[in-house]
Design a binder for this molecule. Structure first.
Ligand code: SF4
Length: 468
């Protein structure tokens, strides 16, 4: 993961009101609208969510057994399995495969877990050409950026941005026509698919009973990445296993509806072992890298439930903070409410302690989550830990709350506190509005004014009216 030198607050301050954040918000709102339409059109939506949650929680409760069964089945099917404790081990294994087979060119389909371990960077540093083939990932790879959304990595870019990028990097005439941009990317990538020595994908779900990996895409690039090159490497977070093929079917239903409002994603590729005699296509070699990278620690902590996440992105689309600041403000490849929990849960609170505070705790993320993850509860837990471990990003909050507690626990102190507040409001309020507050309170009035408190407080009016 990339650790940028500034805090979430500083990155967010730069992002708010920018064109990038605006494009991000428009895209997120569109996806949220599609999800809501899908929910209304499917009467069994809520029961489906309950069933999906039970499958994920059951799987996490017996993760060792399901993972071992999955690994045994992959090997029985003729594949190779490698359990990686962290990103370094995962990258080391993939590099050994690449060196042994003299691989020069790799094609990839979208995979957050490979973003998490910065796999592209490591492979490119060792002289291997790596080409992202998901359109959004292809765009951000050309731009040298990180994804800003789990399922729509280039959601922050407009068609005009992409047109300029393609003209600059691919040497094609500028266009902002989306269909034409798609055609350009397709023509560019087709040749690369055919020449690639090795394909790398993530894994949406691994099926324990069959040893299959399922890769979901809407563009068909996942199918090409898993079948065209002679070697395939699938990198899977260790929590992404489901017990049976029937469970997989249930998860696919909630994934597509929650992510993009589709009944089912366009391509659900299920790969069960390498190519067998008589198979028309498929890789000659299949490797499955199962990654821990902090997941065991998260599973043993208060944040265990976050591993039920199926990376649909629905919580990002409804989050008022994500909509205002966009994905890059989070500084991690995992953005939005899920990122605010999963990044510190996997990587530790330091230096990610400010992310759990990037939330209004409105609960919209929990309401839309297809597996009912209680993100606000975990945000509060991480905030408490940040305070206990002295990682709290806002140092004035703890003394401020202590002062508030002293004021609020005695009637006279409370009245004096209110009197001071009224005096301050009169100082800063003009024509019934407070336009600017000083010091740490300035954030409240940076983008809006506040209504000034009434000159005569409610308590006094109540007392005068009722003679108390
Ligand atoms: S936390 Fe829930 S809503 Fe958010 S990405 Fe994960 S599964 Fe989707």
């Amino acid at each position: 993961m990339t650790v940028t030198p500034v805090t979430f607050v500083e990155r967010a301050r730069q992002a708010v009101g920018s064109d990038v954040a605006r494009s991000n918000r428009v895209g997120a709102e569109r996806l949220a609208g599609l999800r809501e339409a899908a929910r209304q059109a499917y009467p069994a939506f809520d029961e489906m969510r309950d069933a999906a949650r039970q499958i994920r929680l059951h799987t996490l409760a017996h993760l060792d057994d399901h993972l071992q069964r999955f690994a045994d089945q992959v090997e029985r099917n003729g594949g190779h399995v490698f359990f990686a404790a962290d990103g370094t081990e995962a990258i080391g294994y993939i590099q050994r495969v690449i060196q042994d087979r003299r691989v020069r060119r790799v094609v990839k389909s979208k995979s957050m877990v490979t973003e998490e371990i910065a796999l592209n960077h490591a492979l490119e540093a060792s002289g291997v050409e790596v080409v992202e083939t998901d359109l959004g990932e292809f765009i951000i790879q050309l731009a040298g950026e990180h994804p800003s959304h789990i399922i729509a990595p280039a959601i922050h870019k407009t068609a005009a941005d992409v047109g300029r990028l393609f003209a600059d990097k691919l040497g094609v005439p500028y266009t902002d026509d989306a269909d034409e941009l798609n055609r350009i990317a397709r023509a560019h990538l087709r040749r690369i698919f055919l020449e690639a020595d090795l394909g790398i994908s993530g894994v949406n779900f691994g099926v324990a009973e069959t040893g299959s990996i399922c890769v979901v895409t809407n563009e068909g690039n996942g199918r090409l990445v898993t079948t065209a090159p002679p070697i395939h490497v699938a990198v899977m977070g260790m929590e992404r296993v489901v017990p049976t093929a029937g469970d997989l079917a249930q998860m696919l239903e909630v994934l597509a509806r929650s992510g993009t409002g589709q009944g089912l994603s366009v391509y659900s590729n299920i790969v069960t072992g390498p190519r067998r005699v008589g198979d028309p296509d498929g890789p000659d070699e299949l490797h499955v890298v199962i990654l821990d990278n902090g997941r065991s620690r998260a599973l043993a902590a208060e944040t265990a439930e976050i591993l039920a996440c199926i990376r649909c992105g629905a919580c990002l689309n409804v989050c008022p903070v994500y909509r205002a600041v966009g994905g890059h403000a989070y500084g991690s490849v995992y953005t939005g409410p899920i990122g605010a929990v999963v990044t510190p849960a996997l990587m530790g609170l330091d230096p990610w302690a400010d992310l759990p505070f990037a939330s209004t705790l409105c609960g919209a993320c929990r309401d839309v989550c297809p597996v009912g993850i209680d993100i606000p509860r975990m945000l509060l837990h991480l905030r408490r830990r940040a305070a206990d471990e002295r990682h709290h990003p806002f140092r004035w909050v703890a003394p401020g709350l202590r002062a508030y507690r002293i004021a609020a626990t005695g009637p006279w102190r409370w009245r004096a506190f209110l009197g001071l507040g009224a005096l301050a409001a009169r100082l800063f309020g003009r024509s019934g509005r407070i336009e600017r507050l000083p010091f740490h309170a300035s954030g409240w009035t940076r983008f809006r004014s506040l209504r000034a408190p009434a000159k005569k407080p409610f308590r006094r009016r109540w007392g005068e009216r009722h003679g108390t």
